[in-house]
Write a protein that binds this ligand. Structure first.
Ligand code: NDP
Ligand code: MG
Length: 392
């Protein structure tokens, strides 16, 4: 029996994780669940899965959550604040931590799980983008078992040789990340100028939280994923390609020097990579319907259009620059996406805010977490003022 903490339990990944965990009550029990604004849902989840702890970000939410849990006659103890998030991620009573908070807010609790040598199921790609070098050093130092949940990275992990390293010894030539292209794949930049948050969040294949849905629509998500892959698989950004595959059935590919290309296929349902990560190196069922390739009939592929989707190009540039450039990119993007979701910024100006923020920085190699956080904070301030100038 393994005890699990789910950081971001009320989100899309969190709910899918509880779905898989609930299918295997003989294997997994819930130690702690965390959320931010969906307090009724967090109360229901905590009671249904008999969580020992439920954690929210502030005292007021904690009081409300306690009331909801009490009304459901639950026993879950409520905690709040960043330290509490770190505590439930590092507790000696926990073996597995699902890192599924969205954005930079996930960095400290995820790192806390890593530093406590947990099995860490990583959905929160932003923490690797921000602090990849510090994060991966901590994984090594503390012998944490880091497993990728992002579907592309989970696919690559499944296609790599068992030692998981991409170097000349292992004969891996390229990692090929597939991308659906999002809802605006065939749109012109002009058409994209006036898209609404509803249109951007309506992903053709995946059901996800709002932030990653907007990132998928702008293709910033793929850019963040290239940086995530560089750190996870310890390879140069030049060895990572992006391939548009609108059906989202081939989740990514690994190309070997002998011409072999291995791919992982499946329906677009995050319960597959979640079940894979939870059970690894074994396999468990996930309730995902069997893949019916005859029914799908066609799998198509095309090159990404970097002019129509400048966010992908900006992410590549930040990865090439390295140092704190990816942290600056990520922070500016979080600010711009938030402004777009609040209808204060146009969709196409997301890339402009990110580009102008990157252009206003002199980059350096941050070797402490405090230095990363300082770059993140400064980039947020810069991006906020850029977004204000471009405001609708
Ligand atoms: P959601 O927006 O659906 O969920 C985010 C979760 O984080 C919620 O539980 C939310 O709480 C909580 N949260 C939000 N802000 C904060 C904060 N400041 N402090 C603490 N908790 C917070 O996102 P997703 O589940 O879609 O994505 C989660 C992560 O997984 C992201 O990093 C994303 O890139 C990654 N990912 C997601 C995929 C997907 O299919 N959804 C696929 C691959 C990666 P509440 O809702 O209660 O406010
Ligand atoms: Mg992905």
């Amino acid at each position: 029996m393994q005890s699990i903490t789910i950081l971001g339990a009320t989100g899309s990944i969190g709910r899918s994780t509880l779905d898989v965990v609930g299918q295997h009550p003989d294997k997994y029990s819930v130690f702690a669940l965390t959320g931010q604004s969906q307090l009724k849902l967090l109360a229901q989840q905590s009671v249904e899965y008999k969580a020992k702890y439920a954690v929210v970000t502030d005292e007021n939410s904690a009081k409300q959550l306690s009331g909801f849990i009490h009304a459901l006659k639950g026993q879950t103890e409520v905690l709040f604040g960043e330290q509490a998030l770190c505590d439930v991620a590092s507790s000696s009573q926990v073996q597995v931590v699902m890192a599924a908070i969205v954005g930079a807010a996930g960095l400290l609790p995820t790192l806390s799980a890593v530093e406590s040598s947990k099995k860490v199921l990583l959905a929160n790609k932003e923490s690797l983008v921000m602090a990849g070098s510090i994060f991966m050093r901590a994984v090594q130092q503390h012998s944490a078992n880091l497993l990728p949940i992002d579907s592309e990275h989970n696919a690559i992990f499944q296609c790599l040789p068992s030692n998981n390293a991409v170097d000349s010894q292992t004969a891996v030539k390229k990692l090929i990340l597939s991308a659906s292209g999002g809802p605006f794949r065939t749109w012109t930049p002009k058409q994209m100028e006036s898209v609404t948050p509803e249109q951007a969040c309506a992903h053709p294949n995946w059901s996800m939280g709002n932030k990653i849905s907007v990132d998928s629509a702008s293709m910033m998500n793929k850019g963040l994923e290239c940086i995530e892959a560089k750190w996870l698989f310890d390879t140069d950004i030049k060895n990572i390609d992006v391939l548009i595959h609108p059906q989202s059935i081939v989740h990514s590919l690994v190309q070997y020097v002998d011409g072999s290309v291995l791919a992982q296929l499946g329906n677009p349902d995050m319960r597959t990579p979640i079940a894979h990560g939870l059970a690894w190196p074994q396999r468990i069922s996930s309730n995902v319907p069997d893949l019916d390739l005859a029914e799908i009939a066609q799998l198509t592929f095309e090159q990404p259009d970097l002019e129509a989707f400048p966010c992908l190009k900006l992410a590549y540039q930040a990865a090439e620059i390295a140092g704190d450039a990816p942290a600056v990119l990520n922070a500016a993007n979080e600010i711009a996406v938030d402004a777009f979701l609040k209808q204060r910024l146009s969709f196409t100006n997301i890339a402009k805010v990110v580009e102008q923020t990157l252009n206003s920085f002199d980059f350096f190699e941050p070797d402490t977490l405090a230095a990363v956080q300082e770059s993140d904070a400064r980039a947020r301030r810069t991006a906020l003022s850029m977004a204000k100038q471009l405001e609708l």
